[in-house]
Design a protein. Sequence first.
Length: 485
Amino acid sequence: MESSNILHDQPLEFEFNFSSRLYRASTIMDERMGDGWLLYAPDFKGLPILLDDFSHDILNRFNHGAVAGEVLSASVSEAASSFDRTLDTISFLEEHGFLRNQPTKSSYADSAYTSPISSMSIWLHINSDCNLACPYCFVESKQHQVMGDEVQNRVAKAIAHTVREHSLTEVNLKLAGGEPTMDVALMECIRDKVGAELKNLDIRFMTSVLSNGTLVSDRLLDFLKHPMTSIGISVDGFREAHDIHRKFRGSGHGSWSIIEKNIQKLLENQIRPHIMTTTGKETLHTLPELLEWIFELGLSTRVSVVRNPNCSWDYTPLEKATYTAYCDQLEECFERALSRLENSSVPFDLANSLAVCELSFEYPAFSGVTCGIGRNHVVITTAGDVASCPMTVHEGGLPMIDNLLSSCKAAFPYSPMDRASLKGEEDCLECQWYPVCVGGCPVTNLRVNKIPFSKSPFCQFYKYFIPRYIRFLGKKLLQQQPVLS
């Protein structure tokens, strides 16, 4: 049964074992909300749901473990409900991870990339040129560097080789820079070469353009109208806040008014850009207005936060205090944003509208990382080297080999199995929210903690935001659909 908030909308199509002993999962978030109950299992696939009192009572009958058939019989004999409704409720709770066939453990464990890989994301740094001069950009050199024909050909062949070698079913080609839209002809050439190599393979091939949104030509519109092609536009804040850093090279003028017009131009051409929001200490105060503007346009966004608030990777007591203050600011601004978005007049797609940092709410990240670093997110520089992450392209990389997944692993040779607790800090694996954040960004952790798989300097913010966002989703769910009954 789909988690559509209609508990009895269709018959369940699996056999029910009346003699099975089931246990209420100890990891779930369970809170009263309105006339019902908000439930979320961070270690099980799915978004939050709302239950009525009857369904919640059935769940609680399994607090210390109970035989399903006995709970069913007791509920029917008490005239609490019909046989079919009770059976459907138990089945639904089990299917969505709120009931388990054994008690949940007190701590989690990483599976360390053991699940099979079916998709691959290729981040191509196709040029270094950019018409903006953002001071925090991880592409330090703005000199004219372009991915040449020889590198393009090697990349295209390596992608096809990796697809065949690993029987992949999906490839997402991300064209980035610099500013890739400064050279649409180069984008066309690369996509055509990769497409030609994948032509006879049973593969879902997508192309994404990662842009600052300042250049939307007719040629770019034609490029984006190609099947399975999309564009992401970077913004830093709302209006004047965006212009604090995103200024044009040379003139120093802000870019907000241009990208606002270009987003409208894209929408007029039936192209819906994804908004890639990056916010930091100087722009956070406009987050509520920015998110409301994005959702009123019917668009989606991922909100990332600037990782190094002092632009320094020295982990000193002062730096730790800086992260604490930064997390306080993040909490205050996100609280204002979520409170504003809770208004029923603000449209919101529960599954797609908003993503935040590395957090994975719908799919528990038991591989130990949410972004694919060292696994299936391949970052290739203009020179054809493989870097560990887009944030490290300026540090160079390793020579690319035909098996891109092997190159990816070699570029970031760390494993979640080597996760370590910092001295005096709690173990991430014992935190209720670990499957959602898995310790945060490994690159940030490596720079701050010297250990990639360790407690994030943003842990304080995550512990605030995760349950707060679940409550936010519950309120939006309540606005859109009734409580499960």
